[in-house]
Every structure is written in structure tokens, then in C-alpha cells.
Ligand binder design. Structure first.
Ligand code: A3P
Length: 297
């Protein structure tokens, strides 16, 4: 894996390459729970919700460094891989030679990888998969905010980010095409091991979302516990601890990219009319005939 390239003419780093071969070879257990999302779709929000479902809303519970930050891309990367991933791993207290196989069952793992880049055993063992999708305009604004910041610094301006985002074949930080990401799991939404959820529905009614996730995972929660989980996972509550995130500290960010505005429709203050029309056109092409639709406000 070559991460030593100097980057582009402006001196920005080249896009990191996650160790895809290690990802493919990762051992999967049938009692694993996977949270799968395109980046910036609410992953951290849902990780917190699922953790509280699993432990019956014990908000003081402290897991291991790996279970606190269970991003599979990071957990499978080694010293020879992307140095920025190593920085994150180090900041969470996860050893460089850490092996995801040493995590205790049942594991909660998350990943942003496209369907065809997932561990081969995931297709065979069919662990529980919660797929979370978000409308592409809010994803684009949130992702631009994330990928343009140092030390990632992959984009100087929103138009150049949007050009890559709307080009279905371009990789943005190793993730290919929002359209195929959300569709690949939509096609599998009726399989027994898959629960397909949308960010916008969760914003409208988090308690119903928590209830369906708990049923899917096999946890019997009282209405009182569900209400408490929703309270602790509101954007307001999560913002109170946003800057405590070891990754935010390690990166030296002044604002958390993972707990930010947390709105539906925030894209309107960034997109021009022409940019919005361009993405509408791609959206129609990507999702044509699938029955999958998103709310944009
Ligand atoms: P914005 O940048 O639009 O605010 P991820 O965790 O996948 O990186 O996603 C980050 C996005 O999820 C950010 O979106 C963030 O604000 C939003 N988010 C985080 N916690 C949230 C919560 N409790 N409720 C709603 N959105 C939340």
C-alpha cells in the first residue's frame, strides 16, 4: 500500500488508502452487530443509541478503547497503513497491533465501506446489519466540512467537493458513490438480518426508531428506558460532550465534525440553486426505479 505519495500540486495529502485486503479478510461472527453508513450520515449518533440499547441505558458504562471507537477501517489498519488513521487509533488508546478478533462478543462494529468492500464473511455469516442512510445534500455539506479540514484537507472549496460527490465513480476518502452505497443495502432491506433506517425518520421520531432497533437486536426495553435513551441521544445532549472526543482532540479540530448541527435541510445555506439542481439530477438517476426516497427538509 503506497501512502507515501506527496499529494497534489497544492501540497494537499493524497487520499489515504484503507487496507481493503485486510478488510475483506476480517473474521465476522454471527452474533456481531454492524452499523453501516456512508460517512456523515449519523454514525456517531447511532453508535451511542445502539450502545445504550445494548446496556439498558447505562450512560456511565465505559467500554474498551476499541468498543468505544469501533470503526472497522481503523481497527484493521496496521502501522504500515494510513498515518492519519494511526493518529486516530493512537488517540483512542488503541494499540497499533490491536486485532479486532480479540474483541469480546457480541461486538458492535461500524463501517463506511461500500457493500462490495465488506469482509467476505459478512455475506456468508449474515450478522445483524443496521444500515443508516441520510439525504445526499445534508451528507454532502457535512462531508465537505469533514474532508476539507486539516489534516485530511482533501478539498479547498465546496464546488470541487461536489464535483467528486456527483461523479458516481470518484472515491472520497475510499468511499465510492453515495448512490450505490445506499442502494446496495436498500436492495437487501427485506433480508432477515437487515434493518434499513433513515436519518430523517429518526429526527422525526427517535423513540420509534429506538424501539425498532431494540426489537431487531432482541432487547426488550421498557417505554421508560426508550425515553431515556432518546433523551441522552438528542443533538443538544450530545453536543455537551462533543469536544471530549479523542479524535477531535487528536486532530486539533476547533469544532466536532461528528456532532455539529444535526439538522435536516441545513444544506440550503450552502448549496446554490444550480448545485441543488445538479444533485437532484444525479439523485434521480442513482435511485431511479428503486422506490428509495429521502426527505430534504
Ligand atoms: P451535520 O454535519 O450535518 O451537523 P457521522 O457520525 O456519520 O460522521 O455523522 C455526522 C453527522 O451526524 C453530523 O451532521 C452531526 O451533527 C450529526 N449528528 C450527530 N449527533 C446527532 C444527533 N444526536 N442527532 C442528530 N444528528 C446528529
Amino acid at each position: 500500500m503506497d501512502n507515501s505519495k506527496a499529494g497534489d500540486q497544492k501540497g494537499r495529502p493524497s487520499q489515504p488508502k484503507f487496507p481493503l485486503e485486510k478488510m475483506k479478510a476480517t473474521e465476522v461472527r454471527s452474533d456481531d452487530i454492524f452499523l453501516i453508513t456512508y460517512p456523515k450520515s449519523g454514525t456517531h449518533w447511532f453508535l451511542k443509541v445502539i450502545k445504550l440499547i445494548l446496556n439498558g441505558c447505562d450512560t456511565d458504562a465505559k467500554g474498551t478503547p476499541a468498543s468505544e471507537a469501533p470503526l472497522l477501517e481503523m481497527l484493521v489498519s496496521g502501522v504500515e497503513d494510513d498515518p492519519r488513521v494511526q493518529l486516530i487509533k493512537k488517540s483512542h488508546g488503541i494499540a497499533m497491533d490491536f486485532h479486532v478478533n480479540s474483541m469480546e462478543s457480541p461486538r458492535l462494529l461500524c463501517t463506511h465501506m461500500n457493500y462490495d468492500r465488506l469482509p467476505t464473511e459478512l455475506y456468508e455469516k449474515k450478522p445483524k446489519v443496521i444500515y443508516l442512510a441520510r439525504n445526499p445534500k445534508d451528507v454532502a455539506v457535512s462531508a465537505f466540512n469533514h474532508f476539507s479540514k486539516p489534516p485530511l484537507g482533501l478539498y479547498d472549496d465546496f464546488p470541487s467537493f461536489l464535483a467528486d460527490f456527483t461523479d458516481g465513480a470518484k472515491e472520497i476518502g475510499n468511499f465510492v458513490s453515495w448512490g450505490s452505497h445506499v442502494l446496495d443495502w436498500w436492495k437487501r432491506r427485506n433480508e432477515n438480518n437487515v434493518l434499513y433506517l433513515k436519518y430523517e425518520d429518526m429526527k422525526k421520531d427517535l423513540q420509534s426508531g429506538i424501539k425498532s432497533m431494540a426489537e431487531f437486536i432482541g432487547k426488550d426495553l421498557s417505554p421508560d428506558t426508550i425515553e431515556k435513551i432518546a433523551y441522552h441521544c438528542s443533538i443538544e445532549k450530545m453536543k455537551q460532550h462533543a469536544m471530549d472526543d479523542p479524535m477531535v482532540k487528536a486532530m486539533g479540530w476547533k469544532e466536532s465534525p461528528t456532532i455539529r448541527k444535526g439538522q435536516v435541510g441545513g444544506w440550503k445555506t450552502t448549496f446554490t440553486v444550480a448545485q441543488s439542481e445538479l444533485l437532484d439530477k444525479c439523485y434521480d438517476e442513482w435511485l431511479k426505479g428503486s422506490g428509495l426516497e429521502f426527505q430534504f427538509e
